[in-house]
Design a protein around this ligand. Structure first.
Ligand code: NAD
Ligand code: IPM
Ligand code: MN
Length: 368
């Protein structure tokens, strides 16, 4: 049988730097575990714009559609800030999400014990934290029409539209309930039903899906602004949070700091099942291209490494190997290794991106 296929789109800024460490782990899986992938690489974001004049070539889109899983680094950067909106690097990523129909974006925020003092919150608040934000990823204000900048009398008006259909809400709610059943059986849905009609519909549909198919799961509803406050007040009250595209974007960056650094947060963007029964999927760290540190060897590769672990679990049914990678990360952190973003109360000397990769590989060797 052919090896499963993996398309790597490293992108811009620190994207290629953190992806380099993932490539070494993919190599390790082949050499030490006999798990081989048919890996191909292509361009996305500014890197694709530089070559093709668009942030995602049609041929790359076709490769992504055909792959068993896509791994993405990050896109964007100041070099591209002035480009026309239609060809900005971020449009490449949004096209991938939309055309692959990756509606369910899992963003786990887990606080490794070794990092409990590195969060900007007190140890007690974050120690042992393990929550997942399920962010709707293919609709809402990111994609709603009408949109644009228009002339209205003597001034310009910028318009984006928050739009959700019942079926879009129902399918992401279902994925949150399914996930909750594998965890602590608890879902909190966040919207602004107090001020937005789309929020009223969101709340209704989530409740309907619950009452019809998931009455065993504990469901609560919260206004998203309160949710943001509760996330920093007492995040351990949550298990699975389900929310829309924009609230999910903001809440997940907020949740990142509960783990010590944005450089720690992985994500899986999942769609409908393919012929092989696994979901169409793209895996990427939650962070961006970090232009302020790109090229300095300071980037933390853990978010990208943990995104690959999610690929092992969700796309390749290799949960044990995913756990092996997660445990290796946990071990290097417990051993005191820190990239610069994790320089906290105990000071110390930071390691480089590559040194962090070396340490994870050594911990993987030890796991055999
Ligand atoms: P960012 O996530 O790139 O960086 C925010 C801060 O976190 C920076 O100080 C950065 O140095 C730090 N940081 C992020 N990842 C890190 C890592 N792995 N290790 C250490 N430190 C890390 O967000 P931004 O600065 O707002 O955006 C920069 C560019 O990235 C923009 O063009 C934005 O659109 C893009 N972006 C892309 C993605 C993506 O590709 N998925 C996500 C977010 C932002
Ligand atoms: C993210 C990013 C993206 C988003 C951008 C780069 C399109 O911030 O993945 O969190 O807003 O979804
Ligand atoms: Mn974001």
């Amino acid at each position: 049988m052919a090896n499963p296929s993996l398309l790597i789109l490293a992108g811009d800024g620190i994207g290629p730097e953190v992806m380099a460490e993932v490539k070494r782990i993919i190599g390790w899986m082949g050499a030490k575990r006999g798990i081989h992938f048919d890996v191909s690489e292509d361009l996305v974001g500014g890197a694709a714009y530089d070559v093709h004049g668009v942030p995602l070539a049609d041929a790359t889109m076709a490769k992504a559609q055909a792959a068993d899983a896509v791994l993405l680094g990050a896109v964007g950067g100041p070099k591209y800030d002035k480009l026309d909106f239609s060809v900005k690097p971020e449009r490449g990523l949004l096209r991938l999400r939309k055309e692959m129909d990756l509606f369910s974006n899992l963003r786990p925020a887990q606080c490794f014990d070794a990092l409990a003092d590195f969060s900007s919150l007190k140890r007690d608040v974050v120690a042992g934290l393990d929550i997942v934000i399920v962010r709707e990823l293919t609709s809402g204000v990111y994609f709603g029409e009408p949109r644009g900048i228009f002339k209205e009398g003597n001034e310009r008006v910028g318009i984006n539209t928050q739009r959700y259909t019942e079926s879009e809400i129902a399918r992401v709610a279902k994925s949150a309930f399914e996930l909750a059943r594998k965890r602590s059986n608890k879902v909190c849905s966040m919207e602004k039903a107090n001020v937005m009609e789309s929020g009223i519909l969101w709340r209704d549909v989530v409740q309907e899906v619950h009452d019809r198919d998931y009455p065993d799961v504990e469901l609560s509803h919260m206004y998203a602004d309160n949710g943001a406050m509760q996330l920093v007040r007492w995040p351990k009250q949550f298990d699975v949070i389900v929310t829309d595209n924009l609230f999910g974007d903001v809440l997940s960056d907020c949740a990142a700091m509960l783990t010590g650094s944005l450089g720690m947060l992985p994500s899986a963007s999942l769609g409908a099942p393919m012929a092989n029964g696994r979901p169409k999927a793209l895996y990427e760290p939650v962070h961006g291209s970090a232009p302020d540190i790109a090229g300095t060897g300071k980037a933390n590769p853990i978010a990208c490494i943990l995104s690959f672990a999610m690929a092992l679990r969700y796309s390749f049914d290799l949960g044990d190997e995913a756990t092996r990678v997660e445990k290796a990360v946990e071990k290097v952190l417990a051993d005191g290794l820190r990239t610069a973003d994790l320089m906290g109360p105990d000071g110390g000397t930071p390691v480089s991106t590559t040194q962090m990769g070396d340490a994870v590989l050594a911990a993987l060797d030890e796991s055999l």
